[in-house]
Design a binder for this molecule. Structure first.
Ligand SMILES: [Zn+2]
Length: 133
């Protein structure tokens, strides 16, 4: 086993663990109680044309307030009503590479910043090809 293969395998294991943690947070979070809660895990599915991605370049755009985030959403033609974060996934047809821009309000520095951490994780799932209604 080469060192490069070992590192790739370790990275894949870490990615699976990260998804498991995100899945647990998203599926049990009281932040999404109500219309999005409950059967949340049943609503996520791989993007029909992209599938699930193993490699994505993430670019995070942090905002100091919800108002600033929502202004950015409008600039990107994303509906801003009740918005807490959004992401835009772009693929390069020539190289097959994907870049995902995540737009979220800056976390306050707590280890887990409840709604903001959940929103960040939600947008990361979108970046790896997960979709929901
Ligand atoms: Zn979403």
């Amino acid at each position: 086993m080469t060192r490069q293969f070992f590192l790739a395998r370790a990275a894949a294991t870490n990615l699976r663990r990260a998804f498991s943690v995100l899945w647990l947070i998203l599926s049990t979070s009281p932040v999404f109680a109500g219309p999005i809660g409950g059967g949340l895990t049943d609503r996520w599915e791989p993007h029909a044309t992209v599938g699930l991605l193993e490699r994505v370049t993430l670019k995070v755009h942090w905002y100091g307030s919800l108002e600033a985030l929502r202004s950015a959403a409008i600039e990107h033609n994303v509906g801003a009503i009740d918005l807490h974060g959004f992401s835009i996934l772009r693929g390069n047809a020539k190289t097959g590479e994907y870049v995902c821009d995540i737009y979220v309000v800056k976390m306050r520095g707590a280890f887990v910043d409840k709604g903001r951490t959940v929103t960040f994780g939600h947008e990361v799932l979108h970046c790896f090809g997960f979709r929901h209604e």
